[in-house]
Design a protein around this ligand. Sequence first.
Ligand code: SD4
Length: 333
Amino acid sequence: MKNRRDFIKRSIIGGAFVSGAFPFSSCVETSGESENERGQKDKVVNKPVVISTWNNLKANEAAWEVLNNNGTALDAVEAGVKIPEADPKDRSVGYGGRPDREGKVTLDSCIMDQHSNCGAVAFLEHIKHPISVARMVMEKTPHVMLAGEGALQFALENGFQKENLLTENSEKDWKEWLKTSEYKPVINIENHDTIGMVALDHHGNLSGACTTSGAAYKIRGRVGDSPIIGAGLFVDNEVGAAAATGLGEAVIKVAGTHLVVEFMRQGHSPEEACKLAVERVISKNPNYKDLQVGFLALNKFGEYGGYCIHPGFNCAVYENDKNHIVKMNSAVG
Ligand code: SD4
């Protein structure tokens, strides 16, 4: 039977969650701790741990190197996502990314640390490591996001080099696409290698990074969810962190990763939180059968999970000296 304190707590939160209290919930409790809270406090924390979208084992390796040497989650996620940014074979991130319909590679990235500091760049061209520009926006300016020409100007003024990011392969594919110019994202195939990465370091702090060249053959100027704090990435060091991949428009509509973190705050496990957020995406997108969205989440205890609309969404997880791929459950199929 629930005791009175539990009842009061549930009333304060307005019935937002079904059972159990979560240590991070912001509800006011004047005396003592519930059994559940004591249980949560006694939990052994699994750290460090890093998790990233899709099959980015190499990115995890770079992040793990930092974490394993007592580095910060912030340095780890930046080092991690720089791997696919520089890899011409990764066709949806940084160098070698598929261009917009005018043949221009435009990049979106963001980063967030344990103090809720964040930085982002959107519609940035010619810079191989947009994540590092995003970090510089976070650390060196009073702003959160710079876009387009202004972001490029800021990057060049701060020592980044202007480069051609359109590789021969990407140019060839784009010219092929021009023959029909049909814009139709394909589930799990087209442009789904965007990397969203979150990590918990030895100090118990969380950070995250997300970086992409966005939807292939998008209208020039299109910005997706990936550079938007609360959509492509969100970190709350008291609770957990989440990243998104898939059709950015569907993620933005529900402020996807903020939603995932809020579900964790209410007491849900990372997988449950991602599942609830996917269900919200489904409820707001009648055409959900034609689109893919996947979320991953990591909480303060180093527990992780993910969920997606359609089968085929994997995450790479590095924990306890083991780097492995985890297949995420899906709502459909
Ligand atoms: C976007 N969310 O620009 C990105 C694309 C992506 O895996 O995640 N692909 O909409």
